[in-house]
Design a protein around this ligand. Structure first.
Ligand SMILES: Nc1ncnc2c1ncn2[C@@H]1O[C@H](COP(=O)(O)OP(=O)(O)O)[C@@H](O)[C@H]1O
Ligand SMILES: Nc1ccn([C@H]2C[C@H](O)[C@@H](COP(=O)(O)OP(=O)(O)O)O2)c(=O)n1
Length: 223
């Protein structure tokens, strides 16, 4: 197995399969994994716990993003997220968090603060899969492998619905895909691939096929 630095950057809209694919690739190649969306989600939770409305008081929300102590598990199988001593691993996946995360993620100084932390993680880990919305374009544009993972909206909605279970509110699922993509795309370019980025369409592929497709893009000398 290679020990050369390796960053695999995977961007894409909600429900395209970024997390499942990234974990699978990290597992198979023995790499670290960073779900950058979990960092935005954790800041959204902390901001809410402090009673800050980021649309009314963006300055206070920015201060939280800059000053918080944020621990994110970077193992391929772990997902623990702790912010300012509070374990928010479960809360960041709540539909309520999904509904409010874009309000935090569309504030540019918050993006700048979290981008710096993401780059530090990449530098510390050395060999890593990073997933998000702007990894291929802003966070790690020099990544050795850059992928835009897409899937038809109807398939993404169905996958998210299946994941959340029967009791889920359909309007909330559609909001968490369609409205959120629209809001998020005002600050990140994940609907079209940047130059040099490979599009992988998972609409008709199962998870193993998507993982294989991404691994095939990694130069053999870096695996
Ligand atoms: N290629 C695929 N085929 C079928 N289901 C998939 C595929 N990729 C991911 N999924 C499922 O779709 C849901 C959303 O995937 P996830 O990896 O969380 O997407 P994202 O991180 O892009 O939001 C999960 O329940 C996951 O198991
Ligand atoms: N690099 C990133 C990662 C996530 N975000 C934003 C966009 C999303 O609404 C939230 C949460 O991202 P996350 O990847 O967890 O969302 P999905 O699992 O794809 O639904 O954070 C971002 O703006 N930039």
């Amino acid at each position: 197995m290679s020990t050369s630095p390796l960053v695999i950057a995977i961007d894409g809209p909600s429900g395209s399969g970024k997390s499942s694919t990234s974990r699978g690739v990290a597992n198979r190649l023995g790499l670290a994994h960073l779900d950058t969306g979990s960092m935005y989600r954790a800041v959204a939770c902390r901001v809410a716990h402090l009673g800050i409305d980021p649309t009314v008081n963006p300055r206070d929300a920015i201060e939280v993003a800059r000053a918080c102590h944020l621990e994110v598990d970077t193992s391929a199988i772990g997902s623990r997220v702790v912010i300012d001593g509070e374990d928010v691993t479960a809360e960041i996946r709540d539909p309520q968090t999904s509904a409010k995360v874009s309000a935090v993620a569309t504030i540019q100084p918050i993006r700048d603060a979290l981008t710096a932390r993401m780059r530090q993680v990449a530098a510390d880990r050395g060999r890593i899969v990073m997933e998000g919305r702007d990894i291929t374009t802003v966070v790690c544009p020099d990544a050795q492998v850059r992928v835009l993972l897409v899937a038809d909206p109807a398939v993404r909605i169905a996958r998210r619905q299946a994941e959340l279970g029967e009791k889920v509110d359909m309007a909330q699922v559609i909001d968490s895909i369609v409205r959120r993509d629209r809001d998020d795309s005002t600050v990140s370019t994940f609907e079209e691939p940047a130059e040099g980025v490979t599009v992988v369409d998972s609409t008709h592929l199962d998870l193993d096929q998507v993982i294989d497709t991404v691994i095939d893009l990694v130069p053999v000398s870096l695996r």
